[in-house]
Design a protein around this ligand. Structure first.
Ligand code: HEC
Length: 104
């Protein structure tokens, strides 16, 4: 029972995180890590290097920040476009986050 409750709560929390993107009218602070993990890690992995579905290793990317933003918006190949699904602030935060995977 306890396990079930924990699972249920976990799913509920995840679902409510996803929903927060549905109301861009509400000004919220952007959590780039959460965004990346829910929207991008499925193909790119938590460290940017998973390369699932032909995804490129983000640590090896040489795109400029503006190009990263536009690729997230427009998509490319197997990568879906996120235009209209995220706010400008979120695109900006995600691009910054993606750049942190590069040579440290
Ligand atoms: C369904 C899988 C999938 C998801 C989800 C996905 N990507 Fe991608 N991504 C790809 C693929 C495939 C490519 C390679 C596209 C190509 O060049 O053909 C790619 C390429 C990229 C590149 C370009 C790398 C380079 O140097 O060319 C960036 C940056 C990127 N993704 C960021 C993101 C971000 C940020 C998210 C989340 C908002 C995301 N991706 C979500 C599959 C995905």
């Amino acid at each position: 029972m306890k396990l079930f409750l924990t699972l249920f709560l976990g799913v509920f929390l995840l679902a409510s995180c996803g929903d927060s993107n549905q109301s861009p009218a509400v000004e919220q602070s952007v959590n780039a890590t959460d965004l990346y993990l829910t929207r991008c890690a499925g193909c790119h992995g938590t460290d940017g290097n998973l390369q699932l579905s032909g995804a490129k290793a983000l640590s090896a990317s040489t795109l400029k920040k503006e190009e990263v933003v536009s690729q997230i918006k427009m998509g490319k190949g197997n990568m879906p476009p996120f235009e209209g699904r995220l706010t400008e602030k979120e695109f900006d935060a995600l691009a910054d986050y993606v750049l942190t995977f590069r040579a440290k």
